[in-house]
Design a binder for this molecule. Structure first.
Ligand SMILES: [Zn+2]
Length: 334
């Protein structure tokens, strides 16, 4: 079912999604051959606790040649922006698992993701190394802080889906029990494309994604919108999915959520002497933007380094079993 934003209700603060038939590919403005989004799958926490066959027995109930596209670790410009542009041009809806510190640094991207109609889940506050070894207190803090950061960036906690992906797929019974106790659906994946590998090319990402999808026939696909190769791969991947007669399924959480949130329009400090924020935007964000404008690159490299460390650790750990790990895939697929 397609969802229509009831903008008219915004002023009353009672905006809600309304189910409509899914957009057919031919209905995508400016792109008659678009891949499109074929249907919306509504997930009720409790109905699903853990999904994704890379780690768990269960996964989402997808039909043959249906794919759920997911992006982890962002948002970060310009790569998240490029991915959003590619998804928009094909009228494809995805599910994002945002990192709290990244959302805090780029609230304008969090809102753009949401207002484009994508689903937003969370992925911890700062993507800690070896999640499975964290204390129970630290797990709770990572989960809760990550959700709080994305809530704050979005400006409306009702917009964040109760979906969580454990960093590095580094799960533990303790973490899984905590997530279930909070009625969060823990997402693993069914298919990875190795897009976190150093020096992987966009073509290689597409080739791996398609080969593995073809083998399974369907599934939750894991990608990372923080990598330049992934950003370059997404337009090609969407075309390959269309050519392969795949259908994109969007996953949403049951319940009402805001139809949209106020956009943040951020200009570079050099343009006007100070960051400029849309009048609709909460003034408190001005200080955050001024700070993060200067911090942006440092944060990005910090995050990339953390992800690289995690990746190397897990590759080494699993290497003796001819398996490979990465920030969000405990097992590589051949
Ligand atoms: Zn991750």
């Amino acid at each position: 079912m397609r969802r229509l934003m009831l903008v008219c209700c915004l002023a009353l603060g009672t905006a809600a999604w309304v189910d409509l038939p899914p957009a057919a590919a031919g209905e995508c403005p400016g792109n008659p051959n678009a891949l499109g989004t074929s249907r919306v799958l509504t997930v009720t926490p409790g109905e699903f606790t853990r999904v994704g066959t890379i780690q768990y027995p269960d996964t989402l109930p997808l039909n043959n040649h249906e794919v759920v596209i997911t992006f982890d670790d962002g948002p970060i410009p310009p790569y998240s922006t490029q991915v959003l542009d590619a998804l928009a041009s094909e009228c494809v809806k995805a599910t994002y698992f945002l990192v709290g510190e990244m959302a805090h640094a780029h609230p304008e991207l969090v809102r753009r993701i949401y207002n484009a109609g994508h689903t937003i889940g969370t992925h911890s506050q700062d993507h800690p190394y070896a999640f499975r070894r964290l204390s129970a207190e630290r797990v709770e803090k990572e989960v809760d802080d990550g959700i709080a950061s994305v809530d704050a960036a979005l400006g409306d906690p009702r917009g964040v889906a109760p979906f969580f992906r454990i960093p590095g797929f580094s799960s533990s019974k303790k973490a899984e029990a905590f997530l279930a106790s909070k009625s969060l659906v823990t997402w693993s994946a069914d298919v990875v494309a190795d897009d976190w590998f150093r020096h992987i090319t966009a073509k290689e990402i597409v080739r791996k994604a398609m080969r593995r999808l073809d083998r399974r026939g369907r599934g939750i696909l894991l990608l990372h919108d923080i990598h330049p190769a992934t950003a370059a791969a997404v337009p090609m991947l969407l075309k390959e999915l269309k050519a392969g007669d795949y259908h994109v399924v969007q996953v949403v959480a049951a319940g009402e959520r805001p139809a949209s949130v106020p956009d943040l329009v951020v200009a570079h400090a050099s343009d006007a002497g100070a960051p400029h924020i849309s009048p609709r935007h909460n003034r408190s964000m001005v200080a955050h933007r001024a700070f993060h404008h200067h911090k942006r690159h440092a944060l990005f490299h910090h995050h990339k380094k953390r992800v690289a460390l995690n990746s190397e650790h897990r590759r080494g750990f699993f290497g003796m079993f001819d398996l490979a790990g990465h920030p969000d895939a405990g097992v590589a697929q051949r």
